[in-house]
Design a protein around this ligand. Structure first.
Ligand code: NAD
Length: 486
């Protein structure tokens, strides 16, 4: 049975109002049951062009970019308060639309409010420099809003991803055109309603549910100054190419194949326990998923035993059951992709240690058992390709250098973990691994995804950083002012 949804708008939000529903709408399927959840009216090309013009007007002629930063901050604080007041509705939408266990969805809503609160007080601490160029000249820099920005989000953390983009952009004084994933627009549409209630001027936030066509329009349009994209590396590459024609500022948060390096002197039980959230959190549909375990040869047996023991504690089931810890995959098509990767890994000679198929007691929905492969080598696709499901691999290493070489043997460079009681070694490895983030001896959710620290990747995991004060750098331009004192 699919849950009853709160009342919410299901049309594009443009220039301060929700559009009238058109004739066309697309069904959204509940990933846990396959039933239709709602029908959403995506933005068409004309509506997207209207939104771009409204954002341009609101930025060029409106008050928002010129408003004292403290006043903009007060609006962001109101948004955070309203998010908390509607927390249960937002968590319900996030849970049923994305198949997320409700307890995790509630944490994500709380995190969303924290992000708006953080940026409410950030902009008055993000100022320029006075530069001693010469006795005759006074030189200083201003941080000015970037302008009209396009923001494209994925389906795996729809509400948080929207907050990571909207909150710093609004704090900086930009006008936003946000396109959520067509698979998970619901929480973003409710967020639009919340934002509209909090005093953000018309045209400053526009929400355009839709797919690749709207994404491409945003990436190519000359009236847009910057684009912040979160999604797959394949689509991110297309976005960057499309944005090149108008030399837009581009930020990309892309895929990952993150290594968790476990030395034989590590807290093996702790490392195995961390895998429950690190590799299987959000059913592995996380860009930061530690899906590649690199384990020192002498620790392979105890680590594998501990990991398989931990996985027995995971409870698959309805996302709305508060005891569920592993929900379904986002769609039937994605389930098939994950299954293909698993069958491929078996054919390549990887040893299936657990899982690998649908749970017998959950015949409906897109459920997939937590899956672990042993004996995985660098030449196997499973070692290199982001599966984006509850699937991880174990590979052995011999020495510290071997561990670093194997961790860096990836086109991606997003996140990672290292476990060792030798803190010197752990830190040497943390420095040598080429990723944007790395966690040492800790659960990734606590130690590497702090909402106030920069988040982003190296190599094909992306360009730029979200969160923290670093996000403000993307949403602003630096202007150098020189005054001749003579
Ligand atoms: P996706 O790349 O398929 O889609 C992402 C967004 O891009 C969606 O809104 C989609 O509608 C839009 N889009 C699709 N084609 C487009 C095009 N041609 N031009 C412009 N926009 C287009 O990704 P997904 O399946 O929604 O999400 C999963 C991927 O996102 C994974 O690879 C994951 O690693 C990555 N991700 C990365 C981060 C990070 O911060 N690094 C966070 C979450 C997800």
């Amino acid at each position: 049975m699919t849950a009853k949804l709160p009342k919410l708008p299901l049309t594009p939000f443009i220039d301060g109002v929700f559009e009238q529903p058109g004739l066309a709408s697309e069904p959204l399927l509940d990933p846990a049951t396959g039933e239709t959840l709602a029908r959403v009216h995506s933005a068409n090309r004309e509506q997207a062009l209207k939104a771009i013009a409204a954002a341009r007007r609101a930025f060029d002629d409106g008050d928002w970019p010129k408003m004292p930063v403290f006043e903009r901050g007060q609006v962001l604080r109101r948004i955070a308060d309203r998010i908390l007041a509607r927390a249960e509705d937002l968590a319900l939408l996030e849970s049923v639309n994305g198949g997320k266990p409700i307890t995790g969805a509630r944490r994500e809503v709380a995190g969303t409010a924290r992000v708006f609160n953080y940026y409410a007080g950030a902009m008055d601490k993000f100022f320029g420099d006075t530069i001693p160029v010469s006795e005759q000249l006074l030189n200083f820099t201003l941080h000015e809003p970037l302008g009209v920005v396009a923001q494209i989000t994925p389906w795996n953390f729809p509400l948080l991803a929207a907050a990571w983009k909207l909150a710093p952009a609004l704090a900086a004084g930009c006008a936003c055109l946000l396109k959520p994933s067509p698979l998970t627009p619901l929480s973003t549409l409710l967020l639009a309603e919340i934002i509209a209630e909090c005093g953000v001027p018309r045209g400053i936030v526009n929400i355009l549910p839709g797919g690749a066509e709207i994404g491409q329009l945003l990436a190519t349009h000359e009236a847009i100054d910057g684009i912040s994209f979160t999604g797959s590396t394949a689509v991110g590459t297309e976005v960057m190419r499309a944005a090149a024609g108008t030399v837009k500022k581009v930020a990309l948060e892309l895929g990952g194949k993150n290594a968790c390096i476990v030395f034989d002197d590590a807290d093996i039980a702790g490392a195995a326990k961390s895998a429950v959230s690190g590799a299987f959190g959000n059913a592995g549909q996380s860009c930061s998923a530690r899906s590649r375990f690199l384990v020192q040869k002498s620790a392979i047996a105890p680590f594998t035993e501990a990991l398989l023991g931990e996985l027995k504690m995971l409870r698959l089931g309805s996302p709305l059951d508060p005891t569920t810890t592993l929900g379904p995959l986002i769609s039937a098509a994605h389930w098939q992709r994950v299954e293909r990767s698993v069958r491929g890994a078996e054919q390549q000679g990887a040893r299936l240690l657990t899982g690998g198929h649908r749970p017998d007691d959950l015949p409906d929905g897109n459920f997939f058992l937590p899956t672990v492969f042993g004996g995985v080598t660098a030449d196997m696709p499973l070692y290199n390709e982001e599966v984006f499901g509850p699937v991880c691999s174990i590979t052995s290493f011999e020495t510290e250098n071997d561990a670093v070489r194997k961790a860096n043997d990836s086109v991606y460079g997003l996140n990672g973990s290292v476990w060792s009681r030798d803190i010197g070694r752990a830190l040497r490895v943390a420095k040598a691994v080429r990723t944007g983030m790395i966690a040492v001896n800790g659960l990734p959710s606590a130690s590497s995804t702090s909402l106030f620290a920069p988040f982003g990747g190296t190599k094909r995991s992306g360009i730029g950083r979200e969160l923290g004060m670093d996000a403000l750098a993307f949403y602003t331009e630096v202007k150098t002012v020189t005054i001749d004192l003579s």
